[in-house]
Design a protein around this ligand. Structure first.
Ligand SMILES: Nc1ncnc2[nH]cnc12
Ligand SMILES: [Zn+2]
Length: 336
């Protein structure tokens, strides 16, 4: 990718579909919140935070990520965190984003769900009014917590309102999607969209389970689909969106480096691939950096980059008229 293409990429309106709000907690805000809330951390300056932000695998990362999340305690903290991410979206020309959050990690620490959600929702409204960045919110169930907790929690969130769908995240190995079938069936029955992390560290069978049993509309990550020819064919025929996160996969050892990442092969196989940042504060960069560095490493074309953005618009949970407007804005941006 040459310089002209990078400049062009910055200008095109972009969409992000896989970002955990807790994963946007930058070291400076983390330290500020720790002080504000009197939380003691095993690191207390930027340098030692950066030392800790090196991971072997998903579980190693999750340990640090959940421990840092302890600094998020009040509505104001969730507001500050979310607004900082949405401000970043404005800088990067990300016009629309679907944001994950992990309710269980906060509830388990005694934080009221209403506070968490009120902070996130207030920042959403503020960012839409001030920056023109639109967003929707998707809580994820943590698959390594008791499955029986998930349906009552979903019913509480239904009462609070304001979510567009549900997801499934956290430690994937030995935690298959299928056991969440009752919760996902209930979510679908009340008109919520469903997504799930699958095929990140877990086997391709988990992707098939998420599709067959949870009836998810998108697969988060999904990179291990390549281990199954039948699954690759299915994903191509059904055009199920994959929200691939290259920096995350390298940081967590799913691929050795970006040059080894299979996202180019997934695209060439005709799958509906999107590119996303996952936990940008931990993995070295936001959406634009993920796209630019991946394409440099893999030597793919500008046309493929643009196709990824078209795919992301198609994969959003917004209505058809809105999708049409986004597609037009994207195509128009290519001619200026
Ligand atoms: N990459 C990831 N996989 C699973 N759960 C997560 N929670 C935050 N980031 C995650
Ligand atoms: Zn994720």
């Amino acid at each position: 990718m040459n310089v002209f293409e990078i400049e062009q990429l910055k200008k095109i309106p972009k969409v992000e579909l896989h970002v955990h709000i807790e994963g946007t907690l930058e070291p400076d805000l983390l330290l500020k919140l720790a002080e504000r809330n009197g939380v003691s951390l095993p690191y207390n300056d930027l340098e030692s935070v950066r030392e800790v932000f090196r991971f072997q695998d998903l579980q190693g990362f999750l340990n640090v990520y959940y421990s840092a999340s302890k600094c998020l305690q009040k509505e104001q903290d969730f507001y500050d965190l979310t607004l900082a991410y949405l401000r970043k979206c404005k800088e990067e020309n990300i016009v629309y984003t679907e944001i994950f959050f992990d309710p269980q990690t906060h509830i388990a620490r005694g934080i009221a769900l209403e506070e968490v959600m009120a902070g996130i929702f207030a920042a959403r409204s503020e960012a839409e009014a001030r920056f023109g960045v639109r967003s929707q919110v998707i809580p994820c169930f943590e698959r390594d917590r008791p499955v029986g907790d998930s349906l009552p929690l979903l019913k509480t969130m239904e009462r609070i309102g304001g979510i567009v769908g549900i997801g499934l995240d956290s430690a994937e190995r030995d935690n298959p999607p299928s056991i969440f079938n009752e919760t996902f069936a209930y979510a679908r029955s009340i008109g919520l969209h469903c997504v799930a992390h699958a095929g990140e560290e877990g086997p391709p069978e988990y992707i098939a389970e998420a599709l067959d049993i949870l009836a998810v509309e998108r697969i988060d990550h999904g990179v291990r689909a390549m281990e199954s020819t039948a699954l690759m064919q299915r994903l191509q025929v059904e055009q199920t969106p994959l929200t691939v996160c290259p920096f995350s996969n390298v940081a967590l050892g799913v691929f050795e480096d970006l040059a080894c990442h299979n996202v180019g092969k997934l695209l060439e196989a005709g799958l509906k691939v999107t590119i996303n940042s996952d936990d940008p504060a931990y993995f070295g960069g936001y959406l634009t950096a993920n796209i630019v560095d991946t394409w440099n490493a893999l030597g793919l074309s500008l046309e493929q980059v643009i196709q990824v953005q078209r795919n992301a618009i198609d994969a959003t949970f917004i209505d058809a008229a809105e999708k049409y407007r986004m597609h037009r804005a994207l195509e128009e941006s290519l001619f200026v």
